[in-house]
Design a binder for this molecule. Structure first.
Ligand code: ZN
Ligand code: ZN
Ligand code: FE
Length: 761
């Protein structure tokens, strides 16, 4: 009889692989064993040839949904005298390494049990199995064992204990295993913290409160969320007012795919992402949505998701309508994770609180993505993805990277792998800063690592940069500062393990540049640890600095002043700012508090203000998004006539927008539609990327930076470059926005460290 030794690598532990392998072997009358071993699953199987190849086939194609096998190594070994197929105890993993998976959305089997009135887990909101349920948000320290999770205080009942220890059960070693007899329970609290109902009654009363227009604070998987009826305009407006969130879109949870289809267009690829175990929020084109306008004002997209936990599943079904499901925080603060915090900070927002006693060890927001020209692109990477590791394909020292300022993440490299934390959000609040520091400590403790290098942004005042300095001192580690846009490009290079040189087209808000100006319209030729700025957008002044980020009309004034001169700019300045216009213009003329920027994000702002779309950003990128959406009616698959951006040669080459600004102004004054102006503007940038790429002649190009969250800009640029035969890569699992910075910092800092090592030796 032939015998095969198989090793399966990838996401294979804690996802129900062993019971699956056991069934697959038994069904084919194969003997042998399976075992978890150092981040892989090791299998030996013996039987007739046909069954063996069927078995390998099943392993490759039918393994449990949350598992993802990257690589299978099969070799033939000597026959053994064996009668059974066994699940052998795991080899205790003493090596460092990422072995804990992300939280996984509820599986089909668990859903079916919850719906079955005869099942002992009927309507139980904490149902899970080895193939689904929480992981990262409940584990305190590795290895992943119930005694080191927030389930440790729940003693298993006899039935659960049997399922847990039965090797071929779906719940074999499912650490958060629970049932109504022995597991966590629900309570409904008043805003004063009084328990007013428990278990199913709590759930039903919470749902009734939402259906009646109330606001619910819900203790979810990775922290608290705020919930309201997404079809009730008044309820949505009340939530906006109380949460101090004027206009930024809310995500909506629907009961089913069919329900989403009633409100949004869903492609096959989008369906695949929505129903994946990570179950992210997906930005979908809005159809004739029966949703309140206030959910996503003036926005052609809806952030839609499916219920990913049993609790959400019950709640949304009970409410009977789509629900707004947004992070439980005040604008810009981190989300609350425990009852105490929630009552304290959300007491003035929510009418009722639905809580439970399964602790949330670390916060994890919902992930957000969009399907673009290269498939799913995450814009926020958290629940369902963190802390999955990325193999970098090169050796690394232990680097701790602290990322940027907004959309913050922290990353750690060990043994050639990078582990990027969940999205932490804005670090400008005290709470945010604390979360950043705690997450850095958590990552190090979790993997038992001591950093040799600490990496951060070049910006001296970011909370993350200051923390990096402190940590470098206390660990005696080398501090490496990595330029913002270089880190953006490096993140995408790392994700795709691209061979260099690579041209990074990095279009962004504004990041600290090497020359003290604010960069953000960059072409960086990247090789090894270095990036050469081969071209950039011509700079223009931002009167008032920081304030210009919130007031796009200031960016417009700075741009106009440079492009058409003081006299013509003054007319607009007066219209936008009244008497303040001349003050602002004087600031620009005398270079007072008017930092220079090459940022494409600010160029978007300026053009949006110029054509009368938005004078203010009530949330990040509101004006830029408005400009993107304005082009909506014009086909994004076909090129339109671009405006001229003149490329002035030199090193770096300068992309001069002056002819573009003049032409936009002419079009606007001649009454050309904003839709057409916007489409032409997008096309101009896409053509600029094409022109620079041709001139530089690098075969591989990455498109990244916050501006590439703009679907039209990405699609047009991608199309033009691909048509020219360039190898184009875009960020996929690590966001193009500042959420990707920590990963890029890891790559650059680690290479610098290695280079220095070599030169010393
Ligand atoms: Zn399950
Ligand atoms: Zn039980
Ligand atoms: Fe950035």
């Amino acid at each position: 009889m032939p015998r095969l030794a198989i090793e399966a690598h990838g996401v294979v532990q804690g996802v129900g692989m062993r019971p699956f392998v056991h069934r697959a072997a038994i069904n084919r009358r194969l003997v042998g064993w399976v075992q978890n071993r150092r981040g892989a699953v090791a299998i030996e199987v013996q039987g007739d040839r046909e069954s063996l190849s069927e078995f390998v086939e099943a392993l490759e194609h039918d393994c449990p949904r949350p598992a993802s096998i990257e690589r299978i190594v099969v070799r033939e070994v000597e026959e053994r005298d064996e009668r059974t197929f066994a699940i052998v105890d795991s080899v205790v993993d003493t090596a460092l390494g990422p072995t804990i998976g992300p939280d996984l959305g509820i599986c089909r089997e668990c859903s079916a049990e919850m719906d079955d009135p005869a099942d002992r887990r009927h309507r139980y909101p904490f149902t899970n199995c080895a193939g689904c349920g929480p992981r990262f948000t409940i584990v305190e320290s590795p290895p992943y064992d119930r005694s080191r999770t927030s389930m440790k205080d729940f003693a298993m009942c006899e039935d659960c204990a049997r399922e847990y220890s039965e090797r071929c059960d779906r719940r074999f070693h499912a650490q958060p295993i629970a049932c109504p007899t022995c597991g966590p329970r629900l309570w409904l609290l008043s805003p004063e913290g009084r328990r007013v109902a428990s278990a199913d009654e709590a759930l039903q009363r919470a749902a009734r409160a939402v259906a009646a227009g109330g606001i619910l604070a819900l203790q979810g998987i990775g922290g608290f969320q705020l919930v309201a009826d997404a079809t009730n305009e008044e309820a949505v407006q009340r939530l906006r007012a109380r949460k101090h969130r004027e206009s930024k879109p809310f995500a909506v949870m629907f009961s089913s795919l069919e329900s989403i289809r009633r409100s949004c267009d869903v492609s096959a690829e989008e369906e695949h992402a929505l129903t994946s175990p990570a179950a992210p929020i997906l930005l979908l084109a809005r159809g004739d949505a029966p949703l309140a306008e206030g959910v996503a004002p003036l926005n052609p997209r809806i952030g839609a998701m499916l219920p990913y936990s049993p609790l959400h599943r019950l709640l949304v079904a009970e409410v009977g309508r789509p629900i707004v499901c947004t992070s439980g925080n005040l604008s810009d603060e981190p989300m609350c994770v425990n009852e105490h915090e929630a009552l304290d900070r959300l007491g003035t927002i929510a009418d009722v609180f639905l809580v439970h006693d399964r602790g949330v060890v670390r916060p994890a927001d919902d992930s957000v993505g969009r399907v673009g020209p290269q498939g799913l692109m995450l814009l926020r990477r958290a629940r369902g993805y963190a802390p999955l590791a990325l193999r970098l394909g090169e050796p690394t020292p232990v680097v701790l990277a602290l990322g940027g300022h907004l959309k913050s993440t922290v990353a750690l490299s060990i043994d050639g792998q990078a582990i990027v934390s969940q999205h932490l959000g804005d670090t400008s609040s005290v709470e945010g800063e604390r979360l950043l520091a705690r997450t850095a400590d958590d990552l190090l403790a979790f993997y038992g690592a001591r950093p040799e290098v600490i990496a951060c942004d070049l910006h001296p005042d970011y909370a993350s940069s200051l923390l990096a300095e402190r940590l470098a001192l206390s660990y005696g580690a080398t501090l490496e500062r990595v330029q913002h846009h270089h880190a953006h490009a490096a993140a995408c290079i790392a994700e795709h393990r691209l061979a260099e040189p690579v041209l990074g087209v990095v279009w962004d808000g504004a990041g600290y540049g090497e020359d003290g100006t604010l960069w953000g319209g960059e072409f960086l030729l990247c090789e090894g640890s270095r990036a050469t700025r081969v071209a950039h957008l011509r700079c223009f002044p931002l009167p008032g600095g920081e304030r210009a980020l919130r007031e796009p009309s200031r960016a417009a004034l700075g741009l106009l002043y440079e492009a058409v001169g003081a006299a013509r700019a003054a007319v607009h300045a007066h219209a936008w700012f009244g008497a303040d216009g001349s003050v602002l213009q004087t600031m620009v003329a005398r270079s007072l508090n008017s930092p220079l920027t090459s940022s494409v994000g600010r160029l978007f702002d300026a053009i949006a203000a110029l054509v009368g779309l938005r004078a203010c950003n009530r949330h990040e990128a509101e004006a830029a998004s408005a400009l993107e959406f304005a082009a909506g009616t014009i086909d994004s698959e076909a090129p339109v006539d671009p405006y001229e951006i003149r490329l002035r040669t030199g090193c770096p080459a300068i992309a001069d927008w002056e002819p573009l600004v003049r032409a936009v102004l002419d079009d606007w004054e001649r009454g050309v539609s904003v839709a057409r102006i916007s489409a032409r503007f997008h096309e101009s940038l896409a053509r600029l990327a094409e022109e620079v790429s041709v001139r530089v002649g690098a075969g591989s190009i990455v498109l990244t930076g916050g501006c590439f969250q703009n679907a039209r800009l990405l699609a047009r640029t991608h199309e033009r470059l691909a048509r020219r035969g360039f190898r184009v890569r875009v960020p996929r699992l690590y966001p193009p926005n500042d959420g990707g910075l920590s990963l890029g910092q890891i790559l650059v800092a680690s290479r610098r460290f290695r280079e220095r090592g070599t030169s010393c030796a």
